[in-house]
Design a protein around this ligand. Structure first.
Ligand SMILES: Cc1cc2nc3c(=O)[nH]c(=O)nc-3n(C[C@H](O)[C@H](O)[C@H](O)COP(=O)(O)OP(=O)(O)OC[C@H]3O[C@@H](n4cnc5c(N)ncnc54)[C@H](O)[C@@H]3O)c2cc1C
Length: 398
């Protein structure tokens, strides 16, 4: 058996890394703080290099079969009349990606094969990590300590173990957007196109077609962060209720659905900015290393590609510092691209004043014109192919 590796976090980044490491013959254990596999979450996009990695895993077709089938995005006014339309079959990857999939579906699609070859332990977290020249001793909340060759932290944007090992090193870039994701029942008004609506006061929402009888809601607001991500879910919902209840459009049914949903995810968007991703035998990946936020459109793509590159570079050499340096060399430019959303963008997309709203709608109207659509989409989106993917031949299973 190859080197013994612990991964903390069983979502997209952790599962992809586990999948590839086991393919390369490593002995992998994954721990996850949730009591079981976490299925929740709304639509995420997989683009460019992310699709390429899924293809290499033989999972692209399965992912396409699970895709939500969103036909494109309409920018709409208060009567749902389109100001601009970005159809997928017209422009390819645009505001709607060619592969839109539920976060839980993609995480599970990778978890199911990964757990055939890796050990998973739920309801578990790391309490301390001690490194020495030959390995890492890890203490756990619920089980006896164990020793590993290395530890990979894939715990998402708020990763507590990152804070334990790299205290104060994350210099988050707050995007001044607070967002909630949840699903509500579908009605006759909901078609195959996502609808993006913004109104005065820096608030707006996206309604995205889901599978079955659901519509997925992204409820967003432009404001400075005030620690809302630390509040209990009921307080977060009350906060949204107060902000959106008089805003017209579909907000009454959205709020009604929000109070009934059991799959509510709330976040105050911030990028994770780390000047290094590893400390000796501990390495960060996915949102824990470089969260680019949903504003980038490539957060899940970065997580999938990061797992592939990290496992691949570890498979190439026994020289751990060299492997981790190579991982960083490949991923840094791609992460820089993902995080390159200008800070003005949230303010432009979630305007507060009548003038700002008129400007946004005017710009979107022009952006939706046939000749401009494709150029605008490229300008608006981060480049999901800005990474050179090497081939890392697997030792197990060909
Ligand atoms: C439940 C959920 C719902 C989401 N919904 C959306 C959505 O609707 N839209 C969107 O754009 N993005 C969503 N995201 C974020 C999205 O999954 C990520 O931005 C992206 O896919 C990168 O994934 P990641 O694996 O790096 O991080 P994440 O997907 O955030 O996963 C981190 C994992 O680590 C686990 N974890 C956290 N702390 C610890 C700890 N101390 N010990 C062990 N495990 C820990 C978490 O439970 C989680 O399973 C969601 C994430 C989660 C966890």
């Amino acid at each position: 058996m190859g080197k013994k590796i612990l991964i903390s976090g069983a979502s997209v980044a952790g599962n992809t890394t586990a999948w590839w490491l086991s393919r390369h013959g490593f002995n992998v254990t994954v721990i996850e703080k949730a009591p079981g596999f976490r299925d929740g979450g709304q639509n995420v996009d997989v683009r460019g290099a992310g699709r390429e990695v899924l293809r290499k895993m033989g999972l692209e077709q399965a992912a396409l079969a699970l895709s939500t089938g969103e036909a494109g995005t309409d920018w709409v006014d208060e009567h749902d009349n389109p100001i601009a339309r970005f159809a997928v079959d017209d422009i390819g990857d645009g505001p709607t990606a060619e592969l839109e999939i539920m976060r839980g579906d993609i995480a599970r699609m990778i978890y199911e094969p990964a757990r055939q070859h890796c050990t998973y332990r739920f309801d578990e977290t790391i309490t301390s990590v001690q490194q020495d020249a030959s390995g890492v001793t890890v203490q756990f909340h619920n089980s006896p300590p164990d020793r590993y060759d290395m530890v990979i932290i894939a715990e998402g944007v708020g990763s507590p173990t990152r804070e334990l090992i790299f205290p104060g090193e994350n210099k988050p870039k707050w995007m001044d957007i607070t967002i909630a994701y949840f699903a509500i029942p579908k009605t006759a008004a909901d078609g195959a196109f996502a609808r993006q609506y913004n109104t005065l006061g820096g608030i707006g929402a996206t309604l995205k077609p889901g599978r079955g009888n659901t519509v997925h809601v992204y409820l967003g607001m432009q404001k400075k962060p005030e620690g809302e991500n630390q509040w209990p879910a009921e307080r977060q919902k009350q906060f949204l209720q107060e902000r959106f209840s008089n805003a017209g459009w579909h907000f009454p049914r959205i709020l009604e659905g929000m109070h009934k949903t059991d799959d509510f995810y709330f976040d105050v968007l911030r990028q994770v900015r780390m000047s290094r991703w590893h400390a000796n035998r501990v390495v960060l990946t996915g949102d824990a290393a470089w969260c680019a936020t949903p504003l980038s459109g490539i957060g899940t793509t970065l997580a999938v590609v990061g797992g592939y590159v990290l496992a691949g570079e570890l498979s190439k050499t026994d020289d751990l510092p060299a492997a981790l340096a190579a991982y960083e060399r490949v991923m840094r430019p791609f992460v820089k691209e993902g995080q390159g959303v200008p800070k003005i963008v949230p303010r432009m997309l979630w305007p507060h004043t009548r003038a700002g709203l008129a400007l946004l709608r005017g710009v979107m109207h022009i952006a939706g014109k046939p000749l401009v659509r494709k150029i605008f989409s490229k300008l608006f989106l981060r480049d999901s192919e800005k990474v050179g993917l090497a081939d890392y031949p697997g030792k197990v299973g060909g």
